[in-house]
Design a protein around this ligand. Structure first.
Ligand SMILES: [Ca+2]
Length: 616
């Protein structure tokens, strides 16, 4: 596994020790297990899931290249190499394979100590490289012990940009096929190597990996027993066109330069926190449900006779900020064109995404939108589109529908997945600067509507993390373990309740890497976790890498991480503090919802109804 994960593991070992914290769950539905004593817990962190005997390999690693994969990927599919390696002190057999025509797969199989579990990792951005980073599993004991076979795929194309979308096969592989055939190939390699199947299979992905997770649940309901979908790009078509284009356009002045720059964000963020922090009952600098907040950025606007703009916003900045919060509307009907946008409290995380450091820099959201608009989004093979081609009106939205059944993962009919015994955990950070958590809320609501509330509750959970940015980071408690509760749910039938989230300790997520954002090439903007520089869309003509925001900008964003652990309850339940502030233990229990209004109406509401998926 990655060095990134290794660093997190060490710093948050206790984040997945549910028994240690069980006394905090007294207000929740589930009867807590007997808490061990402090000494017992410290000596032996509880291992989630079944106590599965460890299995050793029965085959030489190198012999796995002989495994026939043509029945899965078609002619010319093959394991190209199988070599002994070492990951974080665990001996593994690393198999690299190609599934036709161009799906690259890597599978890491523990030589010893395999606990009969398989986990497939989703990839971020538009994929294009094999990414083995594991998230949302900080401190999970069997994972740290090297007990999982782990695999990932590049989704059928290499490199950055959406140009692969002009190829029907590569489009289909990215849309849905690559993760499915990767699962089949990994399972076959497991059978070859250990002489038996995996007992349990899990999928864990964030961002596009969250979309991939939901694609699996919706299209291939028997591939995985447990699926964890973080910050899913489930509304791919809208997310990568109107959403990012709106953010870019909102922050572009008449002169073509950005209006709002990163240096202004602390002023805005502090005002939002000042206005809305206490609405959740906890004055901790975080908005536990930003939908309670109705902050008006106009309150920060400079007076007409003001000579010092350091502590106030210009009228243009206020206008930009209002557009970001409000989102676009169809001019004719007034209907919302997006399900939701960046939430109050997320402001510091905007830096490097749609708010650059200085006026000479390109807005990253523009790159993201252009990278998908050219190649992926439209059925007509449109090329050379610019942001001027994006019209914020209903007719533009209609053009996005053609590939909705191909790329999106919003089908709420999970009856086949449920019938197969599958379990689904959704999660999202309220401070997400790339994908609005409202997307995930809308899907959760759709699943409840479609499946019925009680049925949904039997196999699906949603967790929302205050102040947490896209797939991690931000000002909130971004270190947590959803894998351990998933193991308990799938393997022992113990449904997940509250989970404990902690602030990632400073620098921990960059363990073993240079301080400036993991040694990425100079000049590239900060990337979401799991996204590599090579995944980025190409720069617009005439733009050099040095014109982009510098590395580390997001990491340097002000805001003190909150160190106290948080109890994060399954949505809509909310952890209420019964004594003290922000401390765990006997002072936090799961209480009633803070906010229960359904997601507001918008022009694409029907996209969250059942649909027949498109193969290509
Ligand atoms: Ca608060």
């Amino acid at each position: 596994m990655s060095k990134l994960m290794n660093g997190r593991r060490r710093s948050v070992l206790w984040a997945c020790a549910p028994a240690l914290l069980s006394f905090a769950l007294a207000g929740c539905d589930r009867k807590p297990p007997q808490p061990p004593t402090q000494n017992e817990t410290a000596a032996q962190p509880p291992s989630p899931g079944q106590a599965l005997p460890a299995i050793a390999a029965v085959q030489d690693c190198g012999a796995l290249t002989a495994t026939d994969l043509t029945d899965i990927g078609g002619p010319n599919s093959r394991a190209t190499s199988a070599t002994a390696g070492n990951e974080d002190g665990h001996a593994v057999c690393v198999v690299k394979a190609v599934l036709a025509p161009a799906i690259h797969v890597e599978v890491r199989l523990p030589t010893q100590g395999w606990t009969q579990r398989y986990m497939q990792i989703g990839c971020g951005g538009l994929c294009g490289s094999v990414q083995m980073h594991v998230g949302a599993a900080d401190g999970c004991v069997p994972l740290e012990a090297g007990g999982f076979v782990i695999a990932a795929t590049d989704m059928g194309h290499e490199g950055m940009g959406g140009d692969f979308g002009y190829d029907a096969q590569q489009r289909a592989d990215f849309a849905h096929r690559a993760q499915h055939v990767t699962a089949l190939a990994a399972k076959k390699l497991i059978q070859s190597y250990y002489g038996q199947q995996a007992r349990y299979a899990y999928f864990n992905g964030c961002s596009d990996g969250g979309r991939e997770a939901l694609v699996e649940a919706q299209r291939y309901p028997e591939d995985f027993n447990g699926i964890i979908a973080g910050a899913p790009a489930l509304l791919f078509q809208v997310q990568n066109s109107l959403h990012h284009a709106w953010l870019a356009q909102s922050n572009t002045g008449a002169d073509g330069k950005p209006v709002l720059l990163a240096g202004r964000l602390p002023l805005l963020h502090e005002a939002v926190v000042q206005a809305c922090d206490a609405l959740d009952g906890r004055k901790d600098g975080l908005l536990a449900d930003p939908r309670l907040c109705h902050f008006d950025p106009g309150t920060l606007q400079c007076a007409e006779d003001s000579s010092d703009a350091a502590q106030c916003l210009t009228a243009a900045e206020v206008a930009t900020i209002r557009k970001v919060y409000d989102g676009p509307r169809d001019p004719a009907s007034g209907q919302r064109l997006l399900v939701g946008g960046p939430q109050y409290g997320s402001e510091l995380n905007w830096a490097g995404v749609f708010v650059p450091r200085d006026a000479q820099q390109v807005i990253f959201s523009k790159q993201i939108a252009l990278g998908s608009l050219n190649g992926l989004i439209f059925d007509d093979g449109a090329k050379d589109l610019t942001l001027d081609d994006v019209k914020f009106e209903a007719s533009m939205f209609e053009r996005l529908r053609a590939r909705h059944p191909l790329f999106d993962a919003t089908n709420p009919d999970l009856s086949a997945f449920n019938a197969a015994g599958g379990k689904l955990i959704l999660w999202h950070g309220w401070g997400d600067q790339h994908i609005s958590p409202i997307n995930t809320l809308a899907y959760h609501e759709a699943v409840e509507r479609q499946m019925g509330g009680d049925v949904a509750k039997s196999f699906e959970r949603l967790y929302l993390f205050p102040g947490v940015a896209h797939c991690g980071g931000g000002q909130g408690p971004s270190s947590f373990d959803l894998l351990s509760p998933m193991l308990d749910w799938v393997e022992r039938g113990v449904a997940p309740e509250a989970v404990v989230a902690r602030a990632a300790t400073a620098g921990a997520s960059e363990f073993g890497q240079p301080p400036a954002q993991g040694g990425k090439p100079k000049g590239l903007p900060p990337l979401p976790p799991g996204v590599k520089p090579e995944d980025l869309p190409p720069l617009p003509p005439g733009v050099k890498p040095e014109d982009l925001p510098p590395p580390g900008e997001m990491a340097a964003a002000p805001g003190t991480p909150k160190q106290a652990p948080f109890l994060i309850c399954p949505y809509p339940s909310f952890a209420k503090t019964t004594a003290g502030e922000g401390t765990l233990g006997t002072t936090q229990t799961c209480g009633p919802a803070l906010f229960t209004d359904p997601t507001p109406d918008w022009v694409g509401k029907d996209l969250f109804k059942p649909y027949a998926p498109r193969a290509e």
